[in-house]
Design a protein around this ligand. Structure first.
Ligand code: G6P
Length: 364
């Protein structure tokens, strides 16, 4: 496919900058202010059926798997249904127990990833209910699923996913809100989440306005041979995705770790030559995260924090606008997409087509 570049040097850059509009599209026509919930026309799920769901299992590959990790946390938090994400490629080979009271959700930008499609087919053969969270309308996974939510990110051309990741996390927020409002999520909390969702496009624009500063940071960190990404609970999938993005486009080795696990291994690696990117939301774990920054600093590690306010222990902080705690993960990775992009650019990489990677993996 070839679309107008609109003055951008790469599709990755263009797609990063399309995110405010893309999020606007995934929200459009879906919010129901009267009942503080959302309408998801493609779900075909009445309230009684929604209440029978006892678990949610989310399956995807690559960036879509990471979006699913964020989705699982949102579903647990807002709907109080146990939820987790797993790579579809692992799930399909382990003869997983398929449970009729579990809702399975297949996540895919292209809707064509073979491992995800095969997982959906296996699930359906065993009588499971499968939803799709898919970008490409009418794609194989969208057709195979019983119902679903289109993420409406628009065409994504760059091999590495940016705007579709963001829109998928927003689609999961909608699903979590919808399930929550058939259960114990109050009208008041429903309203709070809706207000938070409405703020996202403007907050994304605010983040993207910091591009010049992020570019300077990227030029600084482009010299690193390896980088560590840490986060805790809501910040952990953000760290996972940011580390994937950096390694895909810049070829710098990157590893993501839960900040809580630092002392069980990665601290041994800390030295000035191994910078850490830390996700530090202003939530109930702020003090815990600050303690982790201190541990890294005490071992002369360099730290770049992504946070809601300046972090003293960090060498630099990228400050992102605060949303509702549950929705913060949607925004916190966005500056790190720009960091990955500018790092790759500083190193002269082939940004839209990284070596050895394909946009969609339609074979085993
Ligand atoms: C490939 C792409 C990734 C993508 C993954 C899943 O590995 O390079 O960017 O996240 O496939 O693709 P999907 O279309 O299923 O989201």
């Amino acid at each position: 496919a070839s679309y107008d570049m609109g003055g951008h040097d790469t599709y990755m850059h263009k797609e990063i900058h399309e995110q405010a509009d893309a999020v606007d599209r995934v929200l459009r026509g879906r919010i129901d202010d009267r009942f503080s919930t959302v309408h998801l026309g493609g779900l075909n799920l009445d309230a009684r059926e929604a209440r029978q769901i006892r678990r949610v299992k989310i399956l995807g590959c690559g960036t879509s798997y990471h979006a699913g990790m964020i989705g699982a946390q949102m579903i647990e938090e807002l709907a109080r249904i146990p939820a987790d994400a797993e790579p579809a490629s692992e799930f399909r080979y382990r003869n997983a127990v398929v449970d009729p009271d579990t809702l399975y959700v297949a996540v895919s930008q292209s809707g064509e990833t073979y491992d995800v499609l095969a997982a959906v087919q296996e699930l359906k053969r065993k009588g499971a209910r499968v939803f799709g969270v898919v970008n490409v309308v009418g794609s194989a996974i969208a057709r195979e699923a019983d119902a679903g939510i289109y993420v409406h990110a628009g065409p994504e051309v760059c091999v590495v996913s940016t705007k579709c990741f963001t829109n998928t996390t927003v689609a999961f927020a909608l699903l979590a809100l919808h399930l929550g409002r058939t259960r114990d999520l109050s009208v008041r909390d429903g309203k709070r989440i809706i207000e938070g969702l409405r703020k996202l496009p403007e907050q994304i624009t605010e983040i993207l306005q910091q591009e010049e500063e992020i570019k300077k940071l990227a030029e600084l960190y482009a010299e690193a041979r390896s980088m560590l990404f840490v986060g805790r609970v809501r910040g952990y999938p953000v760290a996972r995705e940011a580390s994937l993005k950096l390694k895909e486009v810049s070829y710098i080795h990157a590893e993501a770790y839960p900040a809580s696990e630092l002392k069980h291994g990665p601290l041994a690696l800390i030295e000035p030559a191994l910078p850490t990117v830390a996700i530090v939301p202003d939530d109930d774990l702020l003090e815990k995260n600050r303690a982790a920054l201190e541990e890294i600093k005490a071992r002369s590690g360099k730290i770049l924090a992504v946070a809601h306010r300046h972090q003293e222990k960090a060498d630099q902080t990228i400050v992102v606008p605060k949303n509702e705690d549950e929705l913060d993960p949607i925004l916190m990775g966005i500056p790190l997409q720009l960091l990955a992009y500018h790092t790759a650019k500083a190193l002269g990489r082939d940004i839209d087509k990284p070596r050895n990677l394909a946009k969609s993996v339609t074979v085993e």
